[in-house]
Structure formats: C-alpha cells, structure tokens
Design a binder for this molecule. Structure first.
Ligand SMILES: *[C@@H]1O[C@H](CO)[C@@H](O)[C@H](O)[C@H]1NC(C)=O
Ligand SMILES: *[C@@H]1O[C@H](CO)[C@@H](O)[C@H](O)[C@H]1NC(C)=O
Ligand SMILES: *[C@@H]1O[C@H](CO)[C@@H](O)[C@H](O)[C@H]1NC(C)=O
Ligand SMILES: *[C@@H]1O[C@H](CO)[C@@H](O)[C@H](O)[C@H]1NC(C)=O
Ligand SMILES: *[C@@H]1O[C@H](CO)[C@@H](O)[C@H](O)[C@H]1NC(C)=O
Ligand SMILES: *[C@@H]1O[C@H](CO)[C@@H](O)[C@H](O)[C@H]1NC(C)=O
Ligand SMILES: *[C@@H]1O[C@H](CO)[C@@H](O)[C@H](O)[C@H]1NC(C)=O
Ligand SMILES: *[C@@H]1O[C@H](CO)[C@@H](O)[C@H](O)[C@H]1NC(C)=O
Length: 897
C-alpha cells in the first residue's frame, strides 16, 4: 500500500513537472540560467526546467546568422515558477496603484516580496509602469523626467491586469495588437536581480545601444543578448560599449498591410542584459534600481521618437561652425607637424573649420596643460586659427593626476578643496585608478561642487589656450587597471550575485570599483551615467567661459546626453567593415537623441589606405559630425596627405557638404525644436515598403537626401535601393528612371552617390574656405518637383553661436514652396536676425517638363534664366534677391502648352 502511494506521489510530481515544463516550442523558453556554468543540477536547484531543445541544434545552427551569440536555453522557467499575486488595486489621479506580493522566494538573495506597481497614463500615447519596493526607497535614475500627476483623458492603448500570477497586458485600441505582455515569464524582483519579459509585436527591433550591430535586429530565427554597462573598448560585436541606451522601437505589421510603431524605454542605469528571442520576446535583467518602463505608442516612427525625446530631452542646437570639417590626430607630436598639416589643407584649398589636438599635446598627459616644449606657441597657433575663422578643440580626460608635487597642480588641489573626487566605499579616502598621466583621482560630476570646480579649472586654462570646444574622452570612466590601485572590496556591490554579460566578466573590468562612493549614489548605480554628468557639467562650464553656444564631444553617453553633447563612435579601425558599421551606429544615435554624431573618418586604429580614406571622406561628408581622426603611430591621413586624384574626390564631397550647410543647419534646428532625427534610415520615410526595413548601407539626411556610399573595396558600382518616389541625382539633376527596386549605380572612386527627392526644396550656399568666412555668401535653392509639381523646404538662420537665439527668437525662419510647377514662393516668417542680407543668387528647378518662355520675379519680368528640355532643368541666375526684405516673394514662370 505504502509502496503504491509512493509511486503515485512520485508520478504526480513527475507529471506536474512535465506539465509545468511543457512549452509548445523552444522559442517560448525563458532563460533561467544565463550564467556560463549551467548544468542540470544547478538548473533544478533553481526550481527550473532542464531539457534539450526539441529541434536538432546542429540543424538549427545553420539558420542563425554568423554573429549569433546565444541559443535556445536548456534551463528555463516552469509555468508555476513563484511570482507575485495582485493584492490591491487602487484608482489614483494618475491611473492605478497596485500592491503585489508573494510568499515564496527565488534563487536570488534578498527577494523583495512586497512591491508597488504604479500605472501612469501619462498622455494619449505614453504609458509608464513603475514597480518598486513598497517599504524601502531604492536607487532611481537621476534623470529629470516629466512628472505626471493626472491621468490622460484619452489613450490609444488599453491596460489589463492579470492578478494571479501578476502580469500586465497592453494593447493598441485601434488594432488590438499587443504592445506589452509580461505574462510570458515570471517577474523576479530581488535586491540585485530584477527580471521581467515582454512579448514583442514583431520580430523586428531597432535601437538598444550602444552596440556594434546592423540597424535591424531581426529575431525571426535568432536569439540575442545585448549587455549594457559603459565600457571603453574598440567597437566589436556582442560587447557592451561606451554608452547605454535601453530604448527600442518595434514595428507592428497589421492585417491590412499598414504598419504602426511603438517604442519602449527602460529607465534604469544599472548593469543589465537585454535578451531577445524569436517568440518574439524581450527580457530585461538588471541588477539594481527599480522597474521604470515607458511605452510610446507612436503610431508613426517619428511620433515614437518625439514621445521618447519628451522624456529624455531634445538634442542640443550645435554651434554653426561645428557643422564644418574637423581634423584631428593622436600623434602630431609637435606643433611643427600640426602646422604642416594645416598648411597642406590650406594649400590644397580644402574647406575646413576645426583643428583638434589629442593627449600628445598635453604636458605629461595632465589635463589643462599643454606641452610647452613640443607644442610651444600653441596659444598663438589657436588665436591664429580663430583670426581666420577656424576653431580649436582639445581633449580632456576625467582622470586627474593625484601625484604631482604639492602646489603644482591646481585641478587636483582645487578638487580636493571642493571635495569633488570619488571615494572608496564607506570611506573618506579617494579611490584611485590609473590612466594616461599615471595614478589619478576621478571627479564625481554628480557632486554639486563639480560644476564650479570644472568651470574654474577650465577657465584658467582657457585664459592660456582659448579653446572653443571640449572633447571629453575616457569617460566610461576608463582606467588601465581593474577597480582601483587597491583593488575592490568583497561586498555585494563589488561582487553581486549576478553579473550581466559584461566584457571582462567583472563590473570593475577596466574601470573603478562599483562600490566607489559618489554624491548621488554608489558607482554601482551611476557608472553608466559618468559621461552623461561630465557632459552636463562641461556644457555648463563652456557656457560660462565662452558665453557662446557650447560644443562638447563625449565618448560615453546615456539616454538624454544629446541635450549636452555631440558623440563619436569611439576607437574604430581603418577597415571597410568599420566604415559600414558607422552607418547603423549613426542612425541609432539619431534615434537616441544624440543627433550630432559621427565616426572617426578613415579609421582611428590601424593604417588606412588611400582607397578606404577616399571612400570614408566621401561618406563622412554626410555624417552630421564630420571628423577625420587618426591614432598614434599611423601615417598621416589628413586629406592633404594623399595623391592629387584622391584629394579631388575628397574635396568634391566636402564641397557638397559645405554647399548643403543651410540644409544641415535647419535639420539641427528641427531636431532641437521638433524632435526630428537628422539622419534616418529609409524605413522612417517608407514604412509600408518592407524592402527598406533592413537597409543600413544607405541613409537619408532629413527627408530629402539619399546617400548611397560605396562600402566595398575595389568595386566601382553599388547595388542601391531607390524607394518608389521621384529621385534625381545630386548635384547633376539627372532623373532616376527605375525606382522601387535595387539598381546598380556607378560608384567609381571619384564619386559618392547622392540623390534628392521630389517634393523638397533644399536651401544651399556657395561655400567659403570655412563656415565663418562663407557665412555671407549667396544662397541658392534647389527645387525638386514632386510628380504633382509641388515642393517644400525651409531655412533656419541665426548668428550660429548665441546660447539663446531660439529662446529670444533672434533668428530668421523662411519657408519655400513650389505650387503647380510654376510658382515658387518665399515666405520670410521670422526675420529677427538682420545682421546682413540673405542674398538669393540662383534657383535651380528640376523636373520642368515644358519649355519655359517667361520668368517673373515679384511680378516683374526677369530675363536671366536658362532652360533645356532634355535636362528638364530651369536655372534662374544672377538674382541678387534679399530674402529678408519682404515677407512674401514669388518667382513665377510660364511654359509653352
Ligand atoms: C499579501 O498581502 C496581503 C494583503 O496585505 C496579505 O493578506 C497576504 O498575507 C500577503 N501574502 C503574502 C504571501 O505575503
Ligand atoms: C481632460 O479633460 C478636462 C475636461 O474636459 C480638461 O479640463 C483637462 O484639461 C483635460 N486634461 C488633459 C490632460 O487633457
Ligand atoms: C498585403 O500584401 C500582400 C503582399 O503584397 C498582398 O497579397 C495582400 O493582398 C495585401 N493585403 C491587403 C489587405 O492589402
Ligand atoms: C563643496 O565644497 C565645500 C568647500 O568649498 C565643502 O565644504 C562642501 O562639503 C562641498 N560640498 C560637497 C557636497 O561635497
Ligand atoms: C562603515 O565604516 C564604519 C566605520 O569604520 C563601520 O563601523 C561600518 O560598519 C561600515 N559600514 C559598512 C556598511 O561597511
Ligand atoms: C578659481 O578658483 C580659485 C580658488 O578658489 C580662485 O582664486 C580663482 O579666482 C578662480 N578662477 C576663476 C577663473 O574662476
Ligand atoms: C510634367 O510635370 C508636371 C508637374 O509639374 C506633371 O504633373 C506632369 O505629369 C508632367 N508631365 C509629363 C509628361 O511628365
Ligand atoms: C494652381 O492651379 C490652380 C488650378 O489650376 C489654381 O486655382 C491656383 O490658383 C494655382 N495656384 C497658383 C499659386 O498658381
């Protein structure tokens, strides 16, 4: 009898195990043992299921892309894994406040069994979920986000609460599509381990930076792990890199073939993994903070971006000069070499605006010094550049040398006096790392004294070398040693029970101990925001010192950094692969709200070649931020150092950039004011054309220019996608006949393919030697007719350098419109910046398909025009029209019937 009941119980347990572990397919498994040392025994100890995947792994392997890094887990959560139950649900002004709790704990120490869930209906298109410890206040990300106390009257989303087990389901009202569904796996909330999952609407994901990856994360057959923890490492795939942006966009494909988009932002700064799987689903695993999740319902992709930037802040309006060409290298080693480079550039007549120096110009790598021997005369060199309309930017690293002789190094001593350096855990002793100058202390830019200190020491150096911008590097923060000169503690911050898949396997790998003390919290929480706070403080310091619009370039970034800084993609290498990866990186950073972004042109590490550098200068001419930068020991790669032929190809691209600067500058204005991305992937403009979803070797500037670089060595043509629309080659004005398909385009070394889109008017300007010299030059308009004969464009113009020209409306704003293929109208809507006339000299209209017989300007007949029926181009020249003198001006033409 006893024997029988034993068997029965055993059978029942076994049966329930099977049932609880039954998943309809491998892709519905959620990883219960992400660590590297998974075994059946360790898995079962977590009360999880251990099974071989159903499908043959080897066979499956073939379908995965070359870069896949994870696969179907053997160890996964059973359906009855202990999790929370809903206890109370209270209506509040902002929505609902829930209490959830559980009795059983999980495999992670310090489970938090009582949680509060705030469901905040922030706007019609924005929903916020906050899940936190009911009793104890936990660390929260110190980002100033809008605080909503009143529930939106109307929402385009529905929220359903499952009580046992607790989960949330959010759907789009209009289509019923699932936007968020956490029922797919159990919520785990322990002190240093928070994990939850959601179903995705489609297997297409965009965003989730900073990572080196293709634009489209396609989960159709792919499992993927992305790790977030700021890290100094030359970009490679599948590693955490310099910045942290836990934001993604997910398209929803509807039955009627229309597409909506929604976005999600996980406001959390702790080390984390995001796992993606083909279900499709996404899992957040973070080791601190709270769950603070935003859902943006779009429905268009630009709506999603706008809704995201409403939370993190819009990008900074950059100074006009920073749109020019920047030249830098590590290893000029002497002012003579730098002068020779500048001379090469000038002799070859390259337009160029900004000269930079790297750490070799410092004295013993000490911040706020220069090498008076090898760079003697640097102050005069800088003043000379400035006298000729150029600008100068120098590098500053966060590590401040702590071992200089007393009284000799103010940055350190002032820092001590203002108490701004990071401390060891539970101690007043400074935590010391090692960087270029040797042993250094690290400023805590969250300390309220930091701005004064940084401004003070920057200002003193500015009196000596009057720099125009700050390049803040190494701010992950990077250290040559792990942890500190004394190692780290054994406490749970330095040794958490779970470590996301960070490079080096430890949170202190090539950075400070997580237990280090900062003003706002532990470094454990704030590490990935180091660059964010340094950029914020540097931006403020520059405003105080120069009283002009600040230019900061930061390597490390966090969500919201775009309010303060530009960004480049770090220490890339001189390879064609690196050149390609710069495009998805720059597209992603535009989504992340850091629109002023570029990659080191021609490659930082490794030796470039003339071919690669030519291609890259051509591509880089269409990065928002254009800088050629080179590593120590590599041969020169400034444009002037190459053959005459290569120089001509580079210069051609540079001249395109400079002639388009009014168009670029207006895009920055729209980014800062209207939350528009400056460069964007094709699918942003053609969301119903699935061909565009995967395109990241081409990109759009604004909505109107399509750039299709040649990214392959020793080829003279490219296969480019031309969306179904009206397109003309730029600048020739030749119409593209075949659209809506991939076509071969001629792409010899002397050419970058750029196309302009019908329906747009592009304001341009005759370039000068640099942007300051060229500012008064005449404007031109490129009018590109749509198939209906209309087009629109706009132009923002101010002094380019004032901090508050937008707030005080000290600018000009013009709109251009073409109607009926015969009337171009210029509307000067704001004309408050009247320093000099804005002379329009030339108008070029593409797609004029009948002979033009007359031109009228403001009602008066005008004879300076040229028309050719084969080109279908109308040129109206010699205009001398000041666009500011009248609020409306018209240029009209008549054509034969
Ligand atoms: C959850 O909270 C409710 C209400 O306070 C309480 O009655 C219940 O015992 C709690 N359950 C657990 C498992 O703590
Ligand atoms: C909601 O509606 C009320 C009354 O119609 C209105 O006063 C209020 O401003 C609205 N609130 C929002 C956030 O739209
Ligand atoms: C959706 O697109 C497919 C493929 O292009 C087509 O066969 C189908 O008819 C379309 N459906 C609707 C509702 O337009
Ligand atoms: C700021 O600096 C002053 C000394 O100048 C010091 O007394 C104070 O403690 C510092 N504040 C913080 C928050 O460290
Ligand atoms: C911090 O230091 C004090 C004094 O040395 C000690 O009493 C205390 O236990 C320490 N706290 C922690 C959390 O280690
Ligand atoms: C920097 O700080 C020092 C010491 O507080 C002060 O004497 C000096 O005037 C400050 N300089 C500037 C430019 O702010
Ligand atoms: C000529 O251009 C107009 C737009 O300006 C367009 O509507 C018309 O279809 C074009 N005609 C031909 C034959 O292409
Ligand atoms: C455009 O054409 C329509 C109809 O032909 C006409 O009513 C309208 O006035 C025209 N607009 C302009 C600006 O010429």
């Amino acid at each position: 009898m006893a024997h029988l009941s034993f068997i029965l119980i055993f059978f029942l347990i076994y049966y329930s195990y099977c049932q609880q572990c039954d998943q309809s397919s491998d892709i519905a498994r959620f990883d219960c043992y992400p660590e590297n040392d998974a075994t059946q025994e360790k898995c079962l100890a977590r009360n999880c299921c251990w099974r071989q995947p159903f499908e043959n792994r080897n066979q499956r392997e073939k379908h995965f892309s070359a870069f896949h890094d994870i696969n179907v887990p053997y160890c996964y959560y059973p359906k009855d894994f202990p999790t929370y139950k809903l206890q109370t649900n209270e209506q509040t002004e902002f929505g609902q406040r829930l209490r959830i709790n559980k009795s059983e704990t999980t495999y992670m120490p310090h489970d938090i069994t009582d949680l509060t869930v705030d469901l905040i209906y922030e706007t019609e298109h924005r929903f916020r979920i906050r899940i936190y410890d009911t009793i104890y206040k936990r660390y929260e990300v110190p980002l100033e986000v809008p605080v909503i106390t009143k529930k939106a009257n109307q929402t385009d989303y529905d929220v359903k609460i499952n009580s046992n087990p607790f989960s949330l389901l959010i759907t789009r009202k209009s289509t019923g599509v699932t936007l968020f569904d956490s029922s797919v796996s159990p919520l785990i909330f322990a002190d240093q381990f928070i994990k939850f999952s959601t179903r995705l609407s489609s297997p297409y994901v965009y965003g989730l930076g900073e990572h080196r990856q293709a634009l489209l994360i396609d989960l159709t057959e792919k499992w993927k792990k992305l790790t977030f923890w700021s890290r100094d490492f030359p970009p490679v795939e599948n590693t955490n890199l310099y910045g942290v942006h836990p934001f993604h966009i997910n398209p929803e494909f509807n039955r009627d073939n229309s597409t909506n988009f929604h976005g999600q932002f996980f406001l959390n700064s702790n080390a984390m993994d995001i796992d993606l799987q083909p279900l499709p689903a996404l899992t957040y695993t973070t080791i601190g903070g709270i769950i603070d999740l935003y859902i943006f319902t779009g429905p268009t992709i630009q709506n999603v971006i706008e809704q995201y930037w409403d939370i993190i802040g819009k990008p900074i309006m950059p100074p006009f000069w920073s749109l020019g060409f920047h030249l830098c290298r590590y290893g000029y080693n002497s002012i003579e070499n730098m002068l020779a480079t500048v001379k090469r550039m000038d002799d070859a007549n390259f337009p160029y605006d900004v000269q930079w120096t790297d750490i070799d110009a410092m004295s013993s790598y000490l911040d706020f010094t220069y090498d008076e021997k090898n760079f003697h005369g640097l102050p005069d060199f800088v003043r000379n550049l400035q006298a000729n309309g150029k600008h100068y930017v120098n590098i500053i690293d966060p590590g401040i040398s702590s071992v200089q002789s007393p009284g000799s190094y103010l940055p350190y001593e002032e820092g001590l006096r203002k108490n701004i350096f990071m401390k060891k855990f539970n101690s007043t002793e400074l935590i010391l790392g090692k960087v270029w100058p040797g042993i250094t202390a690290f400023p805590d830019f969250t300390n309220p004294n930091a701005t004064d200190w940084w401004t003070n020491i920057s200002s003193i150096f500015h009196d000596i070398v009057p720099f125009d911008g700050m390049w803040i590097d190494m701010n992950e923060p990077s250290s040559f040693i792990d942890g500190s000169s004394d190692g780290c503690t054994m406490n749970n911050l330095d040794n958490p029970p779970f470590i996301p898949n960070v490079l080096g396997g430890s949170l202190s790998s090539k950075t400070l101990c997580p237990s280090a003390q900062q003003y706002l919290s532990q470094h454990y929480n704030l590490h990935s925001m180091f660059g964010y706070f340094e950029a914020k403080v540097s931006n403020a310091a520059l405003k105080t010192i120069r009283k002009k619009r600040p230019f900061v370039l930061s390597r490390s970034s966090f969500a919201g950094s775009g309010k303060f800084t530009a960004h480049w993609t770090g220490d890339n290498r001189a390879t064609f692969d690196d050149m390609y990866f710069s495009i998805p990186a720059i597209l992603n950073f535009n989504m992340f709200g850091i629109t002023h972004v570029g990659a080191d042109i021609c490659g930082f590490g490794l030796e470039t070649t003339e071919e690669l550098c030519t291609r890259w200068m051509q591509l880089g001419a269409f990065y928002p931020f254009m800088r050629n930068h080179n590593d120590l020991g590599q041969k020169d790669q400034d444009p002037g150092s190459f053959s005459y032929a290569a120089q001509q190809s580079m210069k051609q691209a540079l001249l395109m950039r400079y002639s388009l600067v009014p168009f670029w500058y207006t895009r920055h204005y729209e980014a800062a004011m209207l939350s528009r991305t400056i460069i964007q992937p094709l699918f942003f403009e053609y969301p119903n054309d699935r061909n565009t979803y995967n395109i990241d070797q081409q990109f759009l500037i604004g909505r109107a220019l399509l750039v299709s670089p040649n990214l392959k060595t020793e080829t003279t043509s490219i296969n480019a996608y031309i969306p179904s629309d009206v397109w003309y080659e730029f600048p020739s004005g030749i119409r593209v006949e075949k659209v809506g398909t991939f076509i071969n385009l001629d792409a010899p070394l002397s050419k970058i393919n750029v196309h302009v889109r019908g329906g747009f008017i592009i304001p341009m300007q005759i370039p000068g030697d640099n942007l300051i010299i060229g500012r008064g030059n005449p404007f031109t308009l490129l009018v590109v007719q749509s198939q209906w004969g209309n087009a629109n464009g706009n132009l923002f113009w101010d002094d380019g350098d004032s901090i508050d020209s937008i707030e005080t409306k000290t600018y000009n704003y013009l709109e251009f419109s073409l109607m009926n293929g015969t009337t171009l109208r210029i509307d000067a809507l704001v004309t408050n910046y009247q320093d000099r006339p804005m002379r329009l000299e030339l108008v070029k209209i593409l797609g004029v398909n009948k002979t033009v017989t007359n031109v009228n300007i403001n009602g008066k007949s005008y004879t300076n025009f040229l028309y050719n029926i084969f080109d279908q181009i109308l040129l109206i020249y010699g205009l001398e029209l000041d666009m500011l003198t009248q609020s409306i001006q018209t240029i009209q033409w008549t054509m034969t019937n």
